[in-house]
Design a protein around this ligand. Structure first.
Ligand code: TXA
Ligand code: MG
Length: 345
C-alpha cells in the first residue's frame, strides 16, 4: 500500500475486521498500533493475548473526531477541550474519567481511560471505518521496542493479528505524550513529541510524574505500563554523558576491555560522535542538532543490536531539553537507568 494514497477498499476491509472483533495493526504518526474494538471486551482480551501483555496495563482508545470523546469521558474537564484544540489530531494522549460504555477489560480495571486522536491520515480513515473507537497499544510483543515500520510488526505479531496496514516508516518514532487530567493539576505520565513547555503554554500549570526520568524504588509510576522494563535490548546497555572527546575516550576504553573478554560490542551515537568511536556494531542514530532524527531511528537501532547479537552497548546521552526529554526517557529505560556521568556538575 502507498502511504500517501491508501487503498480505500483495504481500509474498509480493516474496519470490518475490527467491527467483527478481530485485530488490525496500523500506522500512526508515533509508532504502529495493534488495534481492536475499544468498546468490545473480547477484542481487548485478544490484544493482551497477542502482545503477551499483562492485563493490568491499560490500552489507549484512538478516536477520529472530538464528538467521540463525549462517549468515553464521564467528566470532561475544560483542559481536555483546550488540549484537543491545540494538539489533536496529534501525538497526545489524555487520561479522563471513563463512562460505563468503556469496558474494564480495555482500561486494565481502572475507572479512567486514555484517549488519543492520531494525526496519520491512514489511522484516521481506519478508525472511522472501524466504528470510531480503536483500542491500541504499540504493535510490538511486550518488552520489545515499539515498531516504527511494518517489518517489525510482522516480526513480532505475524500469525497473531488478522491484518496489517502498511503505511511505511512513521514520522515521530516514540510514543505519544500522556497527560493525566483526572487530578488537581494536569500531570505528564510519559514524555513525547508534545513537550512540557507546549502543554504549559496551553494549560498554565503542568506537573511531570517523578518516576519518568529516574529509577524509583519507593514510587510506582502513574501510567501502569511505565513500570515494566520496556524497550530493553538483550545486550547490557550503558549511557554515557559528558563532552564529546571524553565520551569518545571513555566508550573506546570500555569497548576495548569488553572485546578482550570476547564480547560483541555496539555503540549508539550521534553523527557528530560517530567518527570518534570504534565498535563491532556502530550505529549513527541521528544528529544532536535534530532530536526528531534520533527519535525516528532509536527503536530500529535497538532492534538491530538484538538481531546482530550485540552483548555490550554504550550509548551517547543527549540533551533533555524539549523533545529531548522523550528521547532520554526511552534511552534511560533501555539502559535500565545505567548512566555514567563524566563531567562534574
Ligand atoms: O503513541 C502512542 O501512544 C502509541 C500509538 C499506537 O498510539 N500507543 C501506545 O500504547 O504507546 P501503549 O499501550 O504501548 O502505551 C500506553 C501507555 C501505557 O504505559 C499505559 O499504562 C498507559 O498508557 N495508560 C493507558 N491507560 C491509562 C490510564 N487509564 N491511566 C494511566 N495510564 C494509562
Ligand atoms: Mg507500548
Amino acid at each position: 500500500m502507498d502511504a500517501l494514497h491508501p487503498d480505500p477498499d483495504q481500509i474498509q476491509q480493516a474496519g470490518a475486521v475490527i467491527r467483527s472483533g478481530g485485530l488490525v495493526a496500523f500506522p500512526t504518526e508515533t509508532v504502529y498500533g495493534l488495534g481492536g474494538d475499544g468498546l468490545n471486551p473480547m477484542s481487548s482480551k485478544k490484544i493482551y493475548a497477542a502482545k503477551g501483555r499483562p492485563s493490568d496495563n491499560p490500552l489507549i482508545i484512538h478516536i477520529h473526531q472530538w464528538e467521540s470523546m463525549k462517549r468515553l469521558a464521564s467528566d470532561l474537564p475544560p483542559e481536555a477541550e483546550l488540549l484537543a484544540n491545540a494538539f489533536w489530531p496529534g501525538p497526545l494522549t489524555m487520561i479522563v474519567k471513563k463512562t460505563n460504555e468503556v469496558p474494564l477489560e480495555t482500561t486494565g480495571g481502572l475507572d479512567t481511560v486514555a484517549v488519543r486522536m492520531p494525526e496519520h491520515p491512514l489511522a484516521l480513515a481506519f478508525i472511522e471505518a472501524a466504528g470510531g473507537f480503536v483500542a491500541a497499544p504499540s504493535a510490538n510483543r511486550s518488552g520489545k521496542p515499539s515498531p516504527t515500520v511494518a517489518k517489525y510488526v510482522i516480526q513480532d505479531l505475524d500469525g497473531r493479528v488478522d491484518m496489517i496496514l502498511d503505511g511505511g516508516e512513521v514520522g515521530i518514532g516514540v510514543e505519544s505524550t500522556i497527560v493525566d487530567l483526572t487530578g488537581d493539576t494536569p500531570t505528564i505520565l510519559r514524555p513525547g513529541y508534545i513537550t512540557e513547555e507546549m502543554l504549559k503554554r496551553v494549560l498554565g500549570a503542568v506537573e511531570a510524574d517523578q518516576t519518568m526520568m529516574e529509577k524509583h524504588t519507593d514510587l510506582a509510576p502513574k501510567a501502569p505500563g511505565m513500570k515494566y522494563r520496556h524497550y530493553a535490548p538483550a545486550g547490557e546497555m550503558t549511557l554515557v554523558e559528558g563532552d564529546t572527546k571524553e565520551v569518545a575516550a571513555f566508550i573506546n576504553g570500555k569497548i576495548c576491555l569488553a572485546k578482550e573478554q570476547g564480547k560483541c560490542c555496539g555503540v549508539l551515537c550521534s553523527e557528530e560522535l560517530y567518527p570518534f568511536v570504534e565498535a563491532d556494531s556502530k550505529k549513527n542514530v541521528g544528529s544532536r542538532q535534530d532530536e526528531l532524527s534520533i527519535a525516528r531511528n532509536l527503536y530500529r537501532v535497538l532492534r538491530e543490536f538484538d538481531d546482530e547479537g550485540v552483548e555490550v552497548i554504550y550509548a551517547e546521552s543527549f540533551s533533555r531539553e524539549g523533545f529531548g526529554m522523550a528521547v532520554m526517557n526511552r534511552l534511560l529505560k533501555a539502559a535500565g537507568y545505567h548512566l555514567e556521568k563524566l563531567k562534574l556538575e
